[in-house]
Write a protein that binds this ligand. Structure first.
Ligand SMILES: [Zn+2]
Length: 294
């Protein structure tokens, strides 16, 4: 049974033929699409080629090497700029969907940040990781390393799930941020803050590195960190790839699976994200129509 590429509805009507391919109109979301189930909406190339690009890129291949591999596997010549375009396009589409998911976390969060270079300038990449599931619950790219930035990351972590314990090193940037974000007036629901200072600070660092692998090693092949917007988009894609696409060695599943989320791999992520996006657009349209009716 034919289903809509944008919203998975079966409420379709035939709407002409172009170049020998049946075209459909979806009566649920109003999108047109062609009867070729092997491509993503509005894309010419086979969806397998696109998910292959994302997979190779986020596992450390340069854009040039990705392009070479694409030719070897699919016999397709795809330019570097097209590959860049896909990487950013799908990181954005998928992030909007994965942000809405509610993973079941152990609540033991480990937090750390790393200095990275973006277009030659120093930046900080903040990361908060859930201990048992290895899920990255919060991440942020910032210019400065003050309590304002710490608050943003901590709020992101809190939004996913209130932690039981929060592990950090002894940095002063956390003082104000921790109290503001995790403070509870009540005896229950307290967040235990485990700070490690001096030699113990290095242990915390080691825990994050052991849980996650060194971030620096992983983003090194991502040479596209040229400006802040691009870097943010690539790091979003990197976090998605880490949480949803790679099996973590020690738990033998993806961090997302460990949290009870079943969606895995770029193909499923893109398909579900597209349906999510279309449903959001339909809701938006209905709200506008309801206003016009009033
Ligand atoms: Zn539809």
């Amino acid at each position: 049974m034919q289903t809509c590429k944008f919203c998975k509805s079966q409420n379709l009507v035939k709407h002409g033929i172009r170049a020998g391919v049946q075209r459909y109109l979806c009566k649920s979301c109003n999108h047109h699409f062609y009867d070729n189930q092997i491509t993503f909406p509005r894309m010419r190339l086979n969806s397998h080629a696109i998910v292959t690009v994302l997979n190779l890129y986020y596992n450390g291949l340069s854009v040039r090497k990705v392009s070479e591999q694409l030719f070897c596997i699919f016999g397709e010549n795809v330019s570097k700029s097209t590959i860049h375009f896909w990487i950013h396009k799908y990181a954005k589409l998928v992030k909007a969907y994965t942000d809405t998911l509610q993973p079941k976390l152990s609540g033991k969060y480990h937090h750390d940040e790393t200095e990275i270079k973006v277009g030659g300038d120093g930046r900080y990449f903040w990361e908060t990781l859930d201990e048992d599931t290895r899920f990255i619950v919060a991440h942020l790219l910032t210019e400065r390393r003050t309590s304002e930035e710490a608050k943003k990351v901590f709020r992101q972590a809190l939004e996913k799930q209130r932690p039981i314990a929060f592990f950090t090193d002894g940095s002063f940037a956390y003082d104000d941020a921790f109290k503001t974000v995790f403070y509870s007036r009540f005896k229950t629901n307290k967040v235990e803050w485990v700070r490690r200072v001096g030699i113990k600070a290095r242990e915390t660092n080691n825990i994050v590195e052991r849980l996650h692998g060194t971030l620096k090693d992983r983003y090194k092949p991502m040479r596209g960190l040229k400006n802040d917007d691009k870097a943010e988009s690539l790091l979003n894609g990197y976090v998605i790839n880490y949480n949803f696409c790679r099996k973590h060695q020690s738990i033998e599943k993806t961090p997302a699976e460990a949290t009870g989320l079943e969606v895995k791999g770029w193909k499923q992520l893109i398909e579900r994200s597209q349906v999510y996006k279309t449903n959001q657009e339909i809701q938006g349209r209905e709200i506008v129509e309801a206003r016009i009716m009033v």
